[in-house]
Design a binder for this molecule. Structure first.
Ligand code: NAD
Ligand code: GLY
Length: 358
């Protein structure tokens, strides 16, 4: 088992990464020391893994809130049902929530924890690769609003993140590859050596080899933990984690959030961002080729919808990253070095959008 720390003074917390951690009752009990525990999971994950957790908590008051599966249920109505369960069972301020699931469950459970009695503790047990390396770490919690994704939320850090790579065996292939996009992102924005490791290790990762997964998740979480420790509230550096997301957001929005998984859109979005960086004269030919090759090896080289450049730009503009009317983009100077920029040539952006969106 590997261990990391997210350093945030009194809100610091550990991340554990290993195999069969759900069977480790001692670890689970040590990091969920409450008498009353609410387990939040969904209708897909709970039948697979909730039993293991329940075993570890034998003797505590453990109540379950099993939510329907799907992004469309990450809303205030579902959160409200979770609060109903907490109230009905008279859970007090020292109760804890355990989130067992992907990013949807984790974001919703974190949000429910942030609000119940003005904030109770929660622990993340992520079950998708995307949640392992991104959503479970960093304390962003939210639900969606009809007006937009993640519009209502709060920063609320978990007390611990317990990442059991054994749970990834049941993850559908598309979901798994979508999670790889976020792993690749870390190499691209801040760690060239990690990117080289990913180039060499892609076959082992695609085969879901536990040792390769533990290494990739450990390195990704270490990079995210460092960024979050330095910029918890995204006033600067944390925005680099949105690399590829503004273009990805346009892809998801144009296709009505149904055809593309978020990570798939981020994968193609990163290629578009790299291509723009190259067009702007920042990124070398060689780096652009390497980026394209890794994304293709991970099966993340889908062609964007041919909706037209103007429509794609429209959707990019409603993304949260717009400041003073100008879309701020994360661009690459080289593999392992990203910058945030609102100062790029519009003609280069237009030409790149034309190239990818028609
Ligand atoms: P998800 O939670 O919808 O999970 C994907 C699918 O896989 C679901 O059908 C789920 O039931 C299933 N699943 C989960 N674990 C499984 C397992 N081990 N075996 C079999 N099936 C399993 O999607 P996701 O990609 O994990 O998360 C996406 C969400 O995360 C979005 O709502 C996004 O906004 C959010 N997110 C949040 C942050 C953050 O910092 N808080 C960062 C990135 C994404
Ligand atoms: N997923 C982006 C962030 O946590 O900031």
């Amino acid at each position: 088992m590997k261990t990391l720390q997210v350093s945030l003074a009194e809100r610091s917390y550990p991340i554990f990464i290993g195999e069969k951690l759900l069977a480790d009752a001692e670890l689970l009990r040590a990091h969920v020391p409450a008498r009353q525990v609410l387990l939040i999971s969904n209708t897909t994950v709970a039948p697979l893994y909730a039993q293991l957790l329940k075993k570890a908590f034998a003797g505590c008051e453990l109540v379950e809130a099993i939510i329907p599966d799907g992004e469309q249920h990450k809303n205030i109505a579902t959160a409200s049902r979770v609060w109903d369960v907490l109230v009905a069972n008279r859970f007090s301020r020292d109760a804890m929530i355990v989130a067992l699931g992907g990013g949807v469950v984790g974001d919703l459970a974190g949000f429910a924890a942030a609000c119940y009695q003005r904030g109770i503790d929660f622990v993340q047990i992520p079950t998708t690769l995307l949640a392992d390396v991104d959503s479970s770490v960093g304390g962003k919690t939210a639900v969606n609003h009809p007006g937009g994704k993640n519009l209502v939320g709060s920063f609320h850090q978990p007390r611990a993140v317990i990442i059991d790579v054994s749970l990834l065996v049941s993850l559908p292939e598309r979901e798994y590859r979508a999670g790889l996009a976020e792993v690749i992102k870390y190499g691209l924005i801040c760690d060239a050596e990690f990117f080289s490791w990913l180039e060499a290790s892609m076959p082992r990762l695609l085969a879901r080899e536990a040792s390769a997964l533990i290494e990739a998740i450990h390195r990704s979480c270490a990079l995210k933990a460092g960024i979050v420790s330095r910029d918890e509230r995204e006033t600067g550096e944390r925005a680099l984690l949105n690399f590829g997301h503004t273009f990805g957001h346009a892809i998801e929005a144009v296709t009505g959030y149904t055809e593309w998984l978020h990570g798939e859109a981020v994968g193609t979005g990163m290629l578009i961002a790299a291509s723009l960086s190259h067009r702007l004269g920042m990124l070398s030919d060689a780096d652009l080729k390497r980026i394209g090759a890794v994304l293709a090896a991970a099966g993340l080289d889908r062609q964007p919808p041919q909706c037209g450049a103007a429509r794609a730009l429209e959707y990019m503009r409603v993304d949260k990253k717009v400041k003073s009317g100008r879309v701020r983009l994360i661009l690459l100077e080289q593999i392992g070095r990203a910058i945030i920029s609102a100062d790029y040539a519009d003609a280069a952006l237009d030409a790149t959008l034309l190239q990818y969106f028609g």
